[in-house]
Design a protein around this ligand. Structure first.
Ligand code: THU
Length: 304
């Protein structure tokens, strides 16, 4: 899902990553693609003004959503994708669902009250708002139940459901995120498209694709694109990577195996191509790897 961000409050980049992850998961769970939303992260003062202007309620709130689609009674997007036609943006090639406003002050406060991480609260509020943009509501018990079920299904798919600590993103979602990353592959020279989705142990998911260059040797593989994105956002520990391609099993190249080994020697490596799937551990793919532990052992006792 494309998010047009606008942040008037400084927030941790983890929030943005986790929010992007749940937005992408929403598309997958609902069987939709090419959706666009506007997302503004502001403070209590700003959301109070918007609440007053648009809803006549002169108080701050956690989240506001402004759907562009007028749904008929009881109609929601996953079952009625025909509604998307009315909000197709020719220039962008995307379906614009509407805008979401989230108060960072409320996110922080509510995270404290519920005793969970701030990014989890931010992600929950975004999923709630996107459900509104898809036609869900909570005016009566039946509607409310349907909305809660959809919210939970989306959060569960990225390991953020109510079952809590023990749950993790499903392999299917991770593979689908890799397939979707493959769509961005820049591979005019090899015409071999690769996408990757790397799961960090704090629950964030980083996507990457291969990025080629007219100077062929400086091409970056999908796996390293994802890894470098992750490390540069502060993630250092990873549990799984899904890699997608077409026509053949995209086992990572030697350079990528080594790059991943530095941070996660026990990584699960899942490859998917056409309708197929296979899995191996990084240790199987790179036996006797050379990592920080091996380096430290060799350095022991040397003084030069
Ligand atoms: N490629 C990857 O992205 N990952 C791998 O592990 C193997 C190869 C890309 C690099 C290049 O853009 C294309 O596939 C052909 O080598």
């Amino acid at each position: 899902m494309r998010i047009n961000w606008s942040c008037s409050h400084t927030v941790d980049s983890t929030w943005l990553q986790v929010m992007q992850n749940v937005a992408d998961a929403t598309e997958i769970v609902c069987g939709l693609s090419s959706l666009l939303i506007g997302l503004q992260i502001c403070g209590d003062e700003e959301i109070r003004v918007l609440n007053r202007n648009f809803r006549n309620l002169d108080r701050a709130t956690d989240v506001l959503s402004f759907p562009l689609i007028q749904y008929g009674p009881g109609k929601m997007l996953p079952d009625h994708p025909e509604y998307l036609k009315s909000v197709y943006d020719d220039e962008e090639g995307l379906y614009c669902l509407g805008d979401v406003i989230i108060s960072a002050d409320h996110v922080r406060q509510q995270a404290l009250e519920y005793g969970h991480p701030e990014e989890r609260e931010a992600a929950y509020l975004l999923v709630h708002a996107i459900c509104h943009l898809m036609g869900y509501d909570h005016m009566n018990e039946t509607e409310k139940k349907k909305m809660r079920m959809m919210e939970e299904k989306i959060l569960e798919s990225v390991g953020m459901g109510q079952s809590g600590e023990t749950s993790t993103i499903t392999d299917e979602t991770l593979m689908e995120l890799a397939r979707r990353a493959m769509e961005h592959s820049y591979s005019p020279y090899s015409r071999f498209r690769v996408g990757a989705a790397l799961l960090s142990t704090d629950g964030r998911i980083f996507q990457g694709c291969n990025v080629e260059n007219a100077s062929l040797g400086i091409t970056c593989c999908a796996e390293r694109t994802a890894l470098f994105k992750a490390v540069s956002e502060g993630a250092r520990s990873f549990s799984a990577i899904a890699i997608a391609s077409v026509g053949t099993a995209p086992w990572p190249c030697g350079v990528c195996r080594h790059a991943l080994y530095e941070f996660a020697p026990d990584l699960r490596v899942i490859v998917t191509w056409d309708q197929q799937k296979a899995e191996m551990s990084l240790k199987e793919l790179l036996p006797h790897g050379f990592g920080p532990d091996e380096l430290a052992r060799g350095q022991k006792g040397t003084d030069r």
